[in-house]
Write a protein that binds this ligand. Structure first.
Ligand SMILES: [Zn+2]
Length: 254
């Protein structure tokens, strides 16, 4: 997809087309990304999604859970440089999962929370989640989802003329009202997961946490999933596989 953005940019250099709204360069990752939605639109979708998720999975009653999660998460949020209304909540479900929404709400399931053996292991998950925000993955994913819902291909959108999404602006605006909110809680791609791992390690370092905990945590996650049936992946997924661990080890020891 970003290859298309780059070639579009080449076209611009040739003076062949108008400015492409909705494709911007991310300073953190260096990739060009689709972004048809504004931060305000994203935050609105995220507020709705958060209300739905916390109605389905209630926060745990013991405030000590949330206090510990917030204590670990706050320095990571600060290191992110993203001025959001960050909130860290442990949700009362045995699932091994966590997710972040583009309004700064982080949901961390009790199953995963209790599995962690140290603050830094919890920090490694939170660093990864905050990393998705730093890398602006929600905007990119929602934009992809919008293009699909609008019934146009990304190539069509990117190659259309005009400003603000070109001739497909109407379709995209319509799709915004068609449950695009769901896009903020769809699983991330493998590329996004690896990118969030890498940014997460950087955030942990800045926050004074030990990123080696990310490696030990994933080693135990992989050992666990080896003898467990795969749980349903309702929210953002974190595939525990060998390749991911290999890349994580390389980033941590770099
Ligand atoms: Zn992730």
């Amino acid at each position: 997809m970003c290859g298309i953005c780059v070639s579009r940019r080449s076209l611009l250099a040739l003076g062949a087309a108008a400015a492409l709204a909705g494709c911007s360069q991310n300073a953190e990752t260096g990739r060009r990304q689709l972004a048809f939605v504004s931060d305000e639109q994203l935050a609105g979708m995220a507020d709705q999604a958060w209300a739905q998720v916390t109605a389905q999975f209630r926060p745990v009653r013991d405030p000590a859970y949330h206090q510990r999660l917030a204590r670990i998460g706050r320095p990571l949020a600060q290191a992110s440089g993203r001025d959001l209304a960050w909130e860290f909540v442990v949700l009362d479900s045995p699932e091994f999962n966590a997710f972040v929404l583009p309004n700064g709400k982080v949901g961390f399931f009790r199953g995963l929370f209790d599995f962690a053996r140290s603050d830094d292991e919890i920090g490694s998950v939170l660093g990864h989640e905050v990393g998705h925000i730093v890398a602006r993955h929600p905007a990119e994913r929602v934009s992809q989802e919008l293009a699909v819902q609008a019934g146009v291909t990304l190539a069509q959108v990117l190659l259309s003329n005009g400003e603000d999404g070109g001739q497909y602006a109407g379709e995209i605006a319509a799709a915004l009202g068609m449950g695009a909110m769901y896009g903020v809680i769809l699983p991330y791609s493998r590329k996004h997961e690896l990118e969030a791992d890498r940014v997460g390690v950087e955030l942990m370092r800045e926050a004074g946490q030990d990123p080696r905990a990310a490696v030990s945590f994933w080693e135990r996650m992989i050992a666990r999933s080896a003898d467990q049936p795969k749980p349903p992946e309702a929210l953002s997924t974190h595939p525990a596989d060998a390749r991911r661990l290999t890349e994580l080890r390389a980033v941590v020891s770099a």
